[in-house]
Design a binder for this molecule. Structure first.
Ligand code: NAP
Ligand code: ZN
Length: 348
């Protein structure tokens, strides 16, 4: 396949730059996707900057991919040319282990192949969605409902599923008091999902700067974590806390906000450890949990849920040349609420 324009990090410390990458020839079960839009997830930044460990460079990140099928392999049945499709954080798994059979491919016993920076079945390192085209095995390609524009669809492929999945697992619904910590890419989806599921939703953000947005997205309450009164007044008042913060947080303070039997679910994944005095859990039968994206079946369910409930991310579409500036704005919590790269600008 001819070379494909992309944006990649040449090293941990250098800004992303235009480059060309290779994609494999179309296999029997592969789908070739003309990428239209790629979201910028904070995980892209953690990864290319080495927060989660060393990487192989150059590395093109991007695991929020929306586009249109350009060609299909001879045995593809799930998708056809012209279909509007998406690809999230994974591009392959064994398909046979208990996790894969359960629809949790991210926990594949053989190791899921992640969309970038992962060793693929052929031994090459995967390159992500900051590019013009991608080739993905059909079972890891999801259908984007007509009600969702392609630019808005992109962030759903990671920020959407990563917040939808734990809210469903923890059975959030009418009567559940949910706090979403951090109103960024993940957080602003979590607020919309928790609201649509019928929960009473509180945003816990560093400041009140985004309060109007939070309430518009469906929050019932909005409090600043920078104000110590928040932690006093809200003590014991949540059933579920969804922590989407990309930095280290004070677990003790947040666990104090849970009611007896409540759960704090961490999806935010800073490179540094969080510390915990276990009495914070014991004093109230509390649970501290994690959640890792979501499986393919649930990703399709989430997209259909978004179409049904009119849920869309807030996006700012940018050209590829603005990626490095966008990274700095994400790091400064200055994003409302997801940057989405227009893939037609990778070549320009
Ligand atoms: P994001 O858009 O940057 O949002 C993170 C939010 O956290 C910010 O908007 C900010 O919210 C808050 N925040 C940032 N720095 C903070 C600090 N020092 N103290 C307190 N709050 C702070 O990032 P994202 O794309 O939503 O990703 C969030 C995290 O989830 C990242 O660590 C990412 O790697 C991780 N992630 C995990 C999974 C998974 O499967 N578990 C999947 C995707 C992403 P306010 O401005 O409202 O305070
Ligand atoms: Zn992500």
């Amino acid at each position: 396949m001819p070379s494909i324009h992309a944006y990649a990090a040449p090293s941990e410390a250098a800004p992303l730059a235009r480059t060309v990458i290779e994609r494999r020839d179309l296999g029997l079960h592969d789908v070739l996707i003309d990428i239209a839009f790629a979201g910028i997830c904070h995980s892209d930044i953690h990864t290319v900057r080495g927060d989660w460990g060393p990487q192989q460079y150059p590395l093109a990140p991007g695991h929020e991919i929306a586009g249109v099928v350009a060609a299909v392999g001879a045995e593809v049945t799930k998708h056809g040319v012209g279909d509007r499709v998406g690809v999230g954080c994974m591009v392959n798994s064994c398909g046979e282990c208990p996790s894969c059979v359960r629809g949790e491919e991210q926990f594949c016993a053989d190791g899921a192949v992640f969309t970038y920076g992962s060793t693929d079945r052929d031994g090459t390192v995967t390159q992500g969605g900051y590019s013009e085209k991608v080739v993905v095995t059909e079972s890891f390609v999801v259908r984007i409902p007509d009600a969702i524009p392609l630019d808005a669809a992109a962030p759903l492929l990671c920020a959407g599923i990563t917040t939808y999945s734990p809210l469903r697992r923890w059975k959030v619904g009418p009567g559940t008091r949910v706090a979403v910590v951090g109103l960024g890419g993940l957080g602003h989806m979590g607020v919309q999902f928790a609201h649509a599921l019928g929960a009473e939703v509180t945003v816990l953000s560093q400041t009140l700067n985004k309060k109007d947005d939070g309430l518009r997205l469906g929050a019932d309450h909005y409090r600043a974590t920078g104000d110590p009164a928040t932690f006093k007044e809200l003590r014991g008042s949540f059933d579920v806390i969804l922590n989407t913060v990309s930095a280290v947080v004070d677990l003790r303070a947040y666990l104090g906000l849970l009611d007896v039997g409540g759960a704090m679910v961490c999806v935010g994944a800073p490179g540094e450890p969080l510390s915990l005095g276990v009495m914070s859990l014991i004093g109230g039968n509390k649970t501290l949990a994690g959640s890792n994206i979501g499986g393919i079946r649930e990703t399709q369910e989430m997209l259909d849920f978004c179409a049904e409930h009119g849920i869309l991310p807030g996006i700012e579409v940018i050209p590829a040349s603005a990626i490095n500036d966008a990274y700095e704005r994400v790091l400064a919590s200055d994003v409302r609420y997801r940057f989405v790269i227009d893939a037609s600008t990778f070549a320009a």
